[in-house]
Design a binder for this molecule. Structure first.
Ligand SMILES: Nc1ncnc2c1ncn2[C@@H]1O[C@H](COP(=O)(O)OP(=O)(O)OP(=O)(O)O)[C@@H](O)[C@H]1O
Length: 772
């Protein structure tokens, strides 16, 4: 007799944590079991409490708990491993059931529920294999201390019926209603099925029943009443890993594999949905927006018609993030599908478009804005014109003229200047236009252009290209769909089509209007699933505010939000939130939704725990660096051994984040020469060299994550740069606010890169954005 064996998600995760020899015995167990589950050495037997759970022997100490999920007509049995654990932790009362909302198989692990909660709910656990010396039943519960009875339950506002209707597993309902504090709830949900965990945390964090129903329950609802006894059908709906010869590789990959297979139901829904137009996912840092974007690429690639072209574009704002995306995508999809995906950062795309449209030898050198600013200053000095600041003019050019592709002086007279400070009269606009004409002529003569100019030109080329495609289509429709050989042959138009069938954008909050226009023109707006956008405006660190609707990208009704952080601990998250959402109403900041509405982080939460972030003041920068060296030395030591005491290399898991390049150099110099800690600078191409600790400016940390992170030099005057922005306070208040918001978001991005530990320090006065 043979058996098909699958692993329940929780069981797979338990296996990652077992030591190597137990894992090896488990692979052997799988092999034997698949050949013959009745093999006597396996000692397969039902638990007494629930006829659905069976226990089988992995080795002397470990047991696999299994559920039988049907038999094929050819006699092949289907079994699901729901847990692998020490025999002392196997209890007769363990149960497995089909959830009435999702129709999936669920295992409620009472073995990890705290004693106090079990006792209050009147549940006693009986070991399935008691040690000889231990009585077969856990001693009768001790009477509860009188004080405990006075503490109201945490979820006192809800009834058993509420919890059941939302989808909490039956076995957990009484227990959940009995817990009195969040620590008890944490323990209760540790072994709970995902849906129960989401619901209970949602209610405990203040979501209403309706919100939980809408955001958590409905997305995973089966739509009809499942047969609670039909495990075979339930197995087909349950996320499992099939045990085959590759199971060893799967388990050895451990937690690194989790994001590839176990999407959260909300993530899964966003990934697989059909969208009739552009769609967007938002959510706080670490909620899996990039993961969703990568799975979306996979989903779309799997549904492409056969071919050898690259109809999918995956793009992001910065170069170093494309490297990361490429690596992650390569580990998620097979090479054949990967070959159908173009991965390029947004400036690279613009450069490519310009390359195609520029005669050889005529290309301009692209320069960053500080080079352009110098040119503007020189021009103003030569003209002896002091009416406008160079910075103001450059921004007016970038944000208003280039940002809206304003083509002529008369169009500039009419241009919207939202968020640009005081209004300009017609003569003032006239003056500015003339200066900017002289400035662009100067750049032209030097043979250079800014990246902003380049993307605006690229957008124009792409828009023209899209217009040709549409004109050809309309003409073809007009003449009744016949081939346009007479017309196409002469113009070379025959092969002209939209560049991409699907475009996926990550870190969307930082793209400029020109970038969006270019992307819009690269995919057919008449087709569904054309553009998928992932981003969080709370993390916007460049000055590009856009309204997608006005740029022809209509996401209305196709926006979703992720709220559960997989990266950051509760402790870090609470402090990070106070950076972007200060409690002081005078400092209140609002964030847009990439359109004309606002976004917020309501419901943003984490189920991970860790130490509270530390906030340390110093008198001087030198003292602060000495403190940093001490922290890093301790972290390095702690991360040099793993959970099981084996040595491991801490390189690349610790990082230091500072405000500017000078501080990067000073920090690296101090750590290398005074503390013997090797460093790698984070550059736009990723970490340079293989030093143990990565050091970089806040901008470089966008999209990355580290196990432990130190933010140093978080002082008033540095975050934000008071000497740079203070003059706007009276001169240009909207600009002052924008600068403040950018600096705040930068600190928010930095704090949310830390996974387990975060240490923030400053010298002198702390940054006004720090929650201290
Ligand atoms: N379903 C999942 N299962 C396991 N891990 C996950 C899951 N979703 C996300 N993660 C992990 O959470 C971390 C953050 O994910 P990701 O980078 O996609 O978040 P993000 O929302 O894009 O963050 P940011 O806005 O900060 O860039 C990563 O380590 C990722 O592997």
């Amino acid at each position: 007799m043979t058996a098909r064996l699958s692993l329940y998600r929780k069981a797979e995760q338990e296996l990652y944590k077992l030591n190597g020899s137990v894992k090896a015995e488990f692979y052997n167990f799988c092999h034997v079991f698949r050949n013959n589950p009745k093999q006597p050495g396996l000692r397969l037997k039902k638990l007494k409490g629930d006829s659905r759970i069976w226990s089988a022997r992995v080795n002397d100490s470990y047991r696999a708990l299994l559920a039988r999920a049907g038999v094929d007509p050819d006699g092949t049995e289907s079994w699901l491993v729901i847990a692998v654990r020490h025999r002392k932790d196997v209890y007769e009362e363990l149960q497995v059931a089909v959830n009435r909302i999702t129709g999936e198989i669920e295992f409620v692990d009472l073995a990890v529920v705290g004693d106090s909660a079990l006792r209050r709910a009147g549940i006693t656990l009986t070991p399935a294999e008691p040690d000889e010396a231990v009585p077969s039943t856990v001693p009768a519960p001790a009477p509860q201390p009188a004080a405990a009875a006075d503490v109201p339950p945490l979820l006192a506002a809800y009834s058993a019926v509420d919890l059941r209707e939302l989808g909490v597993a039956d076995q957990l309902i009484e227990l959940a209603l009995a817990v009195t504090d969040s620590a008890e709830l944490d323990q209760l949900v540790e072994g709970a099925p995902l849906l129960s965990k989401d619901i209970l945390y949602g209610l405990a964090s203040g979501m209403s029943i309706d919100e939980v129903r809408k955001e958590i329950t409905q997305p995973v609802e089966l739509g009809h009443e499942p047969d609670l006894g039909d495990f075979a059908a339930a197995l087909t709906r349950t996320k499992v890993t099939t045990v085959d010869d590759a199971v060893q590789a799967i388990i050895d990959e451990g937690d690194f594999r989790a994001w590839k297979v176990f999407l959260h139901p909300t993530q899964e829904r966003i990934v697989h949905r059909h969208y009739n137009g552009p769609a967007r996912v938002s959510g706080g840092p670490g909620t899996g927006k990039t993961i969703v974007a990568l799975h979306r690429v996979k989903h779309l690639a799997e549904h492409l018609p056969p071919g050898n072209n690259k109809p999918i574009l995956l793009t992001t704002f910065t170069k170093n993030l494309t490297t990361d995306l490429r690596q992650r995508l390569a580990s998620l999809i097979e090479p054949k599908l990967l070959a159908r995906v173009e991965i390029a950062h947004i400036d690279q795309l613009a450069a490519r478009v310009l390359g195609e449209n520029t005669a050889p030898g005529r290309a301009k050198q692209r320069v960053y804005n500080h080079v352009a600013l110098n040119e503007m200053r020189q021009l103003l000095a030569e003209l002896d014109d002091h009416r406008w600041e160079a910075e103001f003019l450059l921004e007016e050019w970038e944000q208003v003229i280039l940002g809206q592709s304003v083509p002529t002086r008369s169009a500039y007279f009419q241009a919207r200047r939202a968020g640009r400070g005081r209004s300009l009269t017609r003569p003032e606009r006239n003056h500015i236009w003339k200066l900017i004409e002289q400035f662009t002529a100067r750049l032209d003569k030097l043979g250079v252009e800014t990246w902003g100019q380049a993307s605006e030109r690229a957008a124009r080329f792409e828009i023209e290209r899209a217009a040709k495609i549409r004109a050809r289509r309309e003409y073809k429709d007009e003449i009744g769909g016949v081939d346009l050989i007479h017309r196409d042959n002469s113009s070379g138009m025959r092969y002209l089509g939209y560049r991409y069938r699907h475009i996926i954008v990550d870190e969307a909050q930082d793209l400029s209007p020109a970038h969006w226009k270019m992307l819009r023109a690269m995919a057919d707006p008449d087709l569904s699933n054309d553009i998928f956008i992932a981003g969080d405006t709370h993390q916007r660190i460049y000055d590009h505010q856009v309204s997608l609707g006005a740029l022809g990208i209509n996401i209305r009704g196709r926006s979703s939000r992720l709220t559960l952080s997989y990266r950051t601990t509760k402790e870090i998250l609470a402090e990070a939130l106070r950076v972007v959402e200060p409690r002081n109403p005078i400092q209140k900041v609002s964030y847009d939704d990439l359109d004309d509405g606002t976004d917020n982080l309501v419901g943003y939460r984490s189920v991970l725990h860790g130490p509270a972030p530390t906030f340390t003041p110093y008198e001087t920068w030198d003292e602060e660096l000495a403190g940093l060296a001490a922290t890093l030395t301790t972290w390095r030591q702690e991360l040099s051994v793993d959970d099981k005491g084996s040595p491991r290399d801490p390189s690349g898991h610790i990082a230091v984040c500072v405000a500017d390049r000078d501080m990067v150099s000073q920090t690296m110099y101090y750590l290398t020469t005074k503390a013997k800690i090797t460093c790698a600078e984070l550059t736009k191409d990723g970490p340079k060299g293989n030093g143990e600790v990565h050091v970089g400016t806040m901008h470089r940390f966008k999209g990355l994550e580290y196990q432990r992170l130190a933010i140093v030099g978080a002082s008033d005057g540095i975050i934000p740069r008071t000497h740079v922005i203070d003059r706007y306070r009276t001169e240009d208040p909207p600009r002052y606010e924008r600068e403040q918001r950018k600096a705040r978001s930068l600190l928010f991005v930095a704090t949310t890169r830390a996974r387990d530990a975060l240490a923030i320090s400053w010298h002198g006065k702390p940054s006004p954005y720090l929650p201290v």
